[in-house]
Design a protein around this ligand. Structure first.
Ligand SMILES: [Zn+2]
Length: 342
């Protein structure tokens, strides 16, 4: 079984700490309601574990919240809050020195929440908040309207609106990780039969256009793996879903071209490792594309994502090998593949 994506949801405040209070509403109740509805929404999707920092009205320190997420090894931390101070609308935060992944996740999730809320967009911001600073995974904090603004509070009193807020958070998470809906038939990958024939000598098969955020080449890579029927999100974010899909493509191609008989499970285990081939300059095709995709994701520019193992791809393999202290020969052998996939 593939490793599950761990989603940690943190409903702000609780217990002796009500958060902001106004218009007959308490922040701690609203954040818990949104978090619970979000968990429920995410239960429609497979391949994930969802945890809440609290499931009821109790006090948790900020340090305790991130400790729970860090010890669990969450893949994302989302803290849910309601704003106060006289403004109106929605905003999100990442840490002042946020990782590029945090920012990429913020971009996607912010946009999805804005789509369902239809309120003033106060923007994607950065702040030195404790839960963002001390969490060791991509972390985002959302401020969902102003409890002390009558028109915002009226919305927050409406359970339907709360469910939309939760859905917006959920849609964002689904997009970030390329989650698939639970449903018997659709959930099993049919990777042994590529939907589209390999097109080794053409330039990229995708016309990325879904999202302005993320990385163009990563979007091309995601469109390429989707040619195999994996249906991952084309969002330009090279997360766990993209890596898993690339391993599935690798397994599919090793089976098809070399009769390896691997299980297409997206896990780089000992059998897949043993089935790898040496790939070198002059090669072309979809295995070369997988190699180029991995080099790009690791930060080594292999030239155009075109499936042609030319000078630039060779140079990228050599740089990667040097960086990882492997023998530098420009050939993608088991050691190099292992370092790229491990
Ligand atoms: Zn708060």
């Amino acid at each position: 079984m593939a490793k599950k994506i761990k989603i940690f949801i943190d409903p702000g405040h609780g217990g002796s700490d009500p958060g902001a209070v106004a218009n007959g509403l308490r922040e701690k109740d609203l954040t818990l309601a949104i978090a619970k509805a979000l968990k429920k929404y995410l239960e429609q999707f497979e391949g994930i574990d969802v945890r809440l920092s609290r499931e009821d009205d109790r006090f948790l320190s900020l340090a305790e919240r991130t400790r729970l997420a860090n010890e669990w090894g969450a893949d994302i931390f989302i803290s849910i809050h309601i704003n106060a101070g006289g403004g109106t609308g929605f905003e999100t935060f990442v840490f002042t020195n946020a990782s590029s992944k945090s920012v990429a996740y913020q971009n996607v999730i912010h946009e999805e929440i804005m789509k369902v809320m239809g309120v003033t967009d106060r923007g994607k911001k950065r702040a030195n908040f404790a839960v963002l600073r001390t969490s060791r995974m991509p972390a985002i904090l959302t401020e969902n309207l102003f409890i002390d603004r009558a028109s915002d509070a009226a919305k927050l009193k409406d359970p339907t609106f709360i469910s939309y807020v939760a859905k917006g958070h959920g849609e964002g998470i689904v997009k970030v990780f390329g989650l698939k809906r639970k449903s018997g038939a659709a959930s099993k990958p049919t990777a042994s039969k590529p939907v589209v024939k390999p097109t080794p000598n053409k330039t990229t098969t995708s016309q990325p256009k879904q999202s302005k955020s993320g990385d163009q080449v990563v979007r091309a890579i995601q469109a390429f793996v989707n040619n195999y029927g994996f249906g991952i999100a084309v969002d330009g974010i090279a997360g766990p879903q993209t890596m898993r899909a690339l391993i599935r493509v690798l397994q599919t191609e090793l089976n098809k071209q070399f009769g390896r008989g691997l299980v297409i499970d997206g896990i780089f285990g000992s059998r897949t490792r043993a089935a790898l081939i040496n790939l070198r300059a002059g090669a072309s095709g979809n295995l070369t594309r997988v190699l180029q995709a991995l080099l790009h994701i690791k930060g080594f520019n292999p030239g155009p994502f075109d499936g042609v193992f030319g000078d630039m791809t060779t140079a990228a393999v050599r740089s990667f090998q040097r960086a990882r202290r492997l023998s530098v020969d420009g050939i993608a052998g088991p050691q190099t593949w292992g370092a790229l996939l491990g």
